[in-house]
Design a protein around this ligand. Structure first.
Ligand code: NAG
Ligand code: NAG
Ligand code: NAG
Length: 473
């Protein structure tokens, strides 16, 4: 008899990927499929999965109304947001009617239990860790949820950003299209304009807050608001509009208004925002009138919910043996010391399992939708690289909030701060030889070390003194 275990695991991150393997005997070539942005699909088609559901508990216990968490690309942000949506949302049919309790699926995603998949047979969900936290479980299925990603909103100018925002709002309103049935008069007319993206600038600024109001009115409940990749439009604008200060300021103001209108609404229960960086100058939450807690790689909080911890990696490696010894895989990808944890890049680990343990630069090679070019002085940069590839490099400070103008202006510490936030370098507090407080930065693991200069930087020489470096965010 052939022992057959079908293995489907999800790689968390912006480009969610699903891997399915047919582990006849102990192993065989695994297949890769892509496209599961949905937490339900992921659990449905997976036997191996890293349970990050305690993120939900920590979000609920957070005192601030708005929680902003930034992590590098492909570190599990989108997957976690998909999980939050499934947890908080009240399940309704497409015409807006609440679904009978026994027909709800979200409940089973967390509580566990069998579902009938018709021709595909039955699937038994596992019970997730969050179910042991009764206080958090009281919030399951209790809220209307608005879930939106700003990832497609790229800055090739103010007008273009505005247009993409219109389309984003149109799609968002269409997913809540059932609200249309219960509206009248002025409100109905306004709602209809969102459905066809026939919008003024003011409509764009106030769109999310309008939807919050409508959802609150329909359900008599406050709304959970989830915004993924909140910073894509701003980062890309810095790059595209570097020399058009007025236009850049316009974009920053636009997003300040959108966030202020949204999170200042009295009908928001909780707002969770994810992205790549925090901003110093361009912080879009500046006009928020509610408490905003921002968590970067400098914070201890939430670190274990993004990426895999060492025990999680050990378990994965034990459950999915490959032809590479587990210790070698761990050595190759080891090493982001964020908070109190030693974290592994989830994208690299999963891809490595799919490829039967073959060690490669999966994360470095993964698609990135944002690239930033920076001009640096070649001489000092060559010296820095030498230190980085050896014991590490001392800098005055790794900043938690990024100032892009300072990066373009050649401020070295800010440039290394960006490389840390983008996931290429790790950092820790240190003291220099004069006893001054400083930071040490280094290349965290073999995956990055192997290809640091050619792949991370993709730099080219301009003239004797300078070179341009482009980094993928
Ligand atoms: C798994 O492998 C077995 C034996 O090679 C094959 O018969 C079966 O069709 C495969 N299943 C899938 C889902 O690929
Ligand atoms: C819940 O807690 C119990 C007791 O600590 C533990 O045995 C069990 O595995 C936990 N359940 C989940 C789903 O984590
Ligand atoms: C912020 O809140 C204060 C007090 O609740 C209020 O007076 C003020 O108008 C609010 N500002 C904005 C921009 O919402």
């Amino acid at each position: 008899m052939v022992l057959k275990i079908s293995l489907i695991v999800l790689i968390s991150g912006i480009h969610d990927l699903v891997v399915s393997g047919n582990f006849t005997n102990s192993r065989s070539r695994a297949r890769v499929r892509s496209g599961f942005e949905d937490f339900k699909e992921m659990l449905l088609w997976s036997d191996v999965f890293v349970d990050k559901s305690l993120f939900i508990r920590d979000v609920l216990e957070e005192l601030a109304k708005v929680v902003v968490v930034v992590r590098p690309r492909n570190w599990g942000k989108t997957t976690n947001m998909a999980m939050l949506r499934r947890f908080f949302e009240t399940e309704i049919s497409s015409d807006g009617a609440p679904i009978a309790e026994e027909a709800r699926i979200n409940y089973r995603l967390f509580q566990g239990g069998a579902v009938d998949l018709g021709v595909d047979g039955r699937h038994v969900f596992k019970t997730l860790k969050i179910t042991n936290h009764s206080k958090a479980m009281k919030h399951m299925g209790k809220y209307p949820v608005i879930s939106v990603s700003f990832k497609p909103i790229k800055g090739y100018g103010y007008a273009r950003i505005l247009n993409v925002l219109k389309v984003t709002l149109m799609q968002l309103f269409r997913t809540h299209g059932y609200l249309h049935y219960s509206l009248h008069g002025e409100e109905k007319a306004r709602f209809e304009r969102y459905l066809v993206a026939d919008l003024t600038e003011h409509d764009v600024r106030s769109g999310i807050s309008f939807l919050i109001t409508l959802l609150h009115k329909r359900w008599n409940k406050n709304v959970v608001l989830l915004i993924d990749d909140y910073d894509t439009p701003i980062i890309s604008s810095y790059w595209e509009l570097m020399e058009k200060e007025k236009e850049l300021k316009g974009v920053i103001r636009l997003f300040r208004d959108i966030f202020a209108f949204s999170v200042n609404s009295p009908f928001v229960h909780k707002c969770v925002v994810t992205g790549l960086v925090l901003f110093e100058q361009a912080n879009p939450f500046k006009r928020a009138n509610v408490s905003v807690a921002q968590y970067s790689l400098h914070s201890e909080k939430f670190t274990e919910h993004f990426g895999f911890t060492e025990p999680e990696v050990d378990e994965l490696l034990a459950r999915c043996p490959t032809s590479m010894p587990a210790a070698e895989i761990k050595h190759y990808y080891n090493g982001f010391a964020w908070g109190k944890h030693n974290l592994f890049n989830p994208h690299s680990i999963m891809k490595c399992l799919v490829h039967d343990g073959q060690l490669d630069q999966y994360w470095l090679d993964s698609a990135s939708s944002l690239t930033i070019d920076v001009r640096v002085s070649k001489g000092p940069m060559v010296e820095d690289l030498h230190h980085l590839q050896n014991k590490g490099l001392i800098v005055d400070r790794i900043y938690e909030e990024i100032n892009f103008m300072e990066i373009f202006g050649g401020f070295r510490d800010m440039w290394y701060s960006l490389l840390v936030m983008a996931g290429y370098l790790d950092f820790a507090e240190d003291v220099d030889e004069t006893g001054e407080y400083c930071h040490l930065v280094w290349i965290p693991n073999q995956e990055i070390k192997d290809k640091f200069v050619p792949k991370v930087f993709k730099w080219w020489l301009m003239n004797d003194g300078d070179c341009m470096i482009s980094i993928n965010m």
